[in-house]
Write a protein that binds this ligand. Structure first.
Ligand code: BES
Ligand code: MN
Ligand code: ZN
Length: 522
């Protein structure tokens, strides 16, 4: 099930003369001091809108204010141009207060571009004339606008059997106004945005696919087919190969389902060996999480179709890696299983011999993510990773601690800081959390090497228990970071900015930023 794609290109001609269905400009809300004596009240046009404003004879802000524009973030106001400019519609998107002396933050631009393109669904060709700095910040701003536009234009194809006449189709073509459309740095950002947004959209599609259509074998098939086409090395371990290899954690979780588990390994080899470093990306691929024998309440359980968001992000990021060809080796590991209650399910009390050889006492079959991830992490370490980034919708505790937008990061402190910085740069915020000794102590098992959760089923420091458990399976010489995306992986509310309902594609852009970081800095 793939969503329709949006195309994007740069223009450097006068926005007032562009033959498009709508031209998007930015508006700032003014501070109270600026507001005093201004006829347009609280509104201020952002740079980029000059020629449009001139065509309106200085009446553009006033008219927009009359229509209710305030310049608040995410606000979209449309205005018929009645021949003043070539485009029949001007769309003003709110950017919030104008930062003093600086261009808007990249994330402000990313959200504004997303909100505008989303609001213009139904138009086939639109142009964005948003404020872009002309200094060293220019590439980051352009990256933000192009990503935001392509992601705001995302819509899941869905399953409706009848055509929906009232449903407006996503914008097909976006033009972005820049000072010099032939500039090589700007062109490189467009190429990158297309690959990156393409990956985010693919990961959203996989998350939004109904869980009866995306079970471990078909998920593995979909990822492998896309990866082969992209030129990646692909290896799929089926249930027989997993059994032969001793992947006890993946097999235990998968054994309750008629759809058997998989471990997909995707390999990108840079030309000339790259910088000699090896990055491993690991993502949780639970195609549906009922909780298993420790079954979840029915309320909202359907959202657990998104429990493979980590694997979707890793698989999609690998597709972008294949296209962008960074100078570092990158391998993706996607353990996949369906966590079901049945006569063959694993049970609380089971002791599982994991791929690493460690024995784990199962206390709650709903803590299944760490079981499949532990095997994939151990395999990645065995394959010789230098840096290991793992991402998963691992704990409800992440949502309690940090909310729906900020991921939790645990692992090697230096690497956690790099993940935080990458999240900051990409608009996918992540916050470092500790791995305390007392939390590990609480997971001592009477009978095995470690319990899978706190033996007293104490949920204190719930997110940290996940991190502490996974640490047991990371080899000492590997720098690692566990990114818990239980909240940010799925957006249940109404669309906002470049986030649409459903899968968000978090943390695809963080992972790609980290790959670039390691390629450049080791
Ligand atoms: N997939 C869930 C975590 C989750 C919760 C993701 C909410 C997204 C939104 C995970 O497998 C799970 O069930 N975790 C349990 C762990 C517990 C049994 C130790 C949880 O969070 O309650
Ligand atoms: Mn679970
Ligand atoms: Zn889960």
């Amino acid at each position: 099930m793939t969503s329709p794609r949006t195309t994007l290109s740069l223009v450097d001609t006068d926005p007032a003369e562009l033959a498009v269905d709508a031209i998007v400009i930015g508006v700032h809300s003014q501070t109270t001091e600026q507001e005093a004596g201004s006829p347009a009240g609280a509104l201020l046009l952002a740079s980029g809108a000059e020629s449009i404003a001139a065509a309106f004879d200085g009446k553009l802000t006033e008219t927009l204010a009359l229509l209710g524009a305030t310049g608040g973030p995410g606000e979209v106001i449309k205005l018929a141009t009645l021949g003043t400019v070539t485009a029949p519609v001007v769309t003003a998107v709110g950017l919030g207060p104008e930062p003093s002396g600086a261009a808007p933050a990249p994330e402000t631009l990313r959200r504004a571009a997303g909100a505008a393109v989303r609001a213009l669904a139904g138009a086939s060709r639109v142009a964005l004339a948003l404020p872009l700095p002309d200094d060293a910040d220019a590439p980051a701003a352009l990256r933000a606008v192009t990503e935001g536009a392509l992601l705001g234009g995302y819509r899941f194809a869905g399953y409706k059997t009848k055509p929906q006449p009232a449903r407006r189709e996503p914008v097909a073509e976006v033009l972005v106004a820049v000072p010099d459309a032939a500039d090589a740095t700007a062109q490189a950002e467009v190429t990158r945005a297309q690959a990156v947004a393409g990956a985010v959209r693919t990961s959203r599609d996989w998350v939004n696919t109904a869980p009866n259509e995306l079970r471990p074998p078909s998920f593995a098939e979909a990822v492998s087919a896309a990866a082969r086409e992209a030129g990646l090395g692909v290896e799929v371990l089926d249930e027989a190969a997993l059994a032969a290899g001793g992947y006890g954690g993946i097999l235990a979780v998968g054994q309750g389902s008629e759809a058997p588990p998989r471990l997909v390994k995707l390999t990108y080899t840079p030309e000339g060996g790259g910088n000699g470093k090896r990055v491993a990306l690991v993502g949780k691929g639970i195609t549906f999480d009922t909780g298993g024998i420790s079954i979840k309440p029915a309320q909202g359980m359907w959202e657990m179709k998104s429990d493979m968001a980590g694997a979707a992000a890793v698989g999609a990021a690998m597709l972008a890696v294949a296209a962008l060809k960074p100078s570092v080796a990158v391998t993706g590991y996607l353990p996949m299983a369906e966590n079901m209650p049945s006569g063959t399910s694993y049970r609380p009390g089971d002791v599982i011999t994991m791929y690493s050889g460690k024995r784990v006492e199962v206390l709650n079959t709903d803590a299944e993510g760490r079981m499949i991830l532990a095997d994939a992490i151990a395999r990645a370490c065995e394959d010789g990773a230098d840096y290991l980034f793992e991402t998963s919708t691992l704990t409800g505790g992440q949502v309690i601690a940090l909310g729906k937008r900020i991921a939790g990061v645990m692992g090697t402190p230096e690497l956690c800081e790099r993940v935080r910085a990458a999240g900051d740069a990409t608009g996918e915020p992540a916050w470092p959390m500790p791995l305390p000794d007392d939390v590990r102590k609480g997971m001592d098992s009477e009978v095995a090497d470690i319990s899978q959760v706190n033996a007293g089923m104490d949920r204190a420091g719930h997110m940290l228990q996940g991190g502490v458990f996974l640490r047991e399976f990371v080899t000492d010489d590997v720098a690692w970071a566990h990114i818990d995306i239980a909240g940010p992986g799925y957006h249940s509310g109404e669309a906002t900015g470049y986030w649409t309902k459903g899968g968000t594609g978090v943390p695809v852009r963080t992972l790609l930023h980290l790959v670039d970081d390691v390629a450049a800095n080791g």
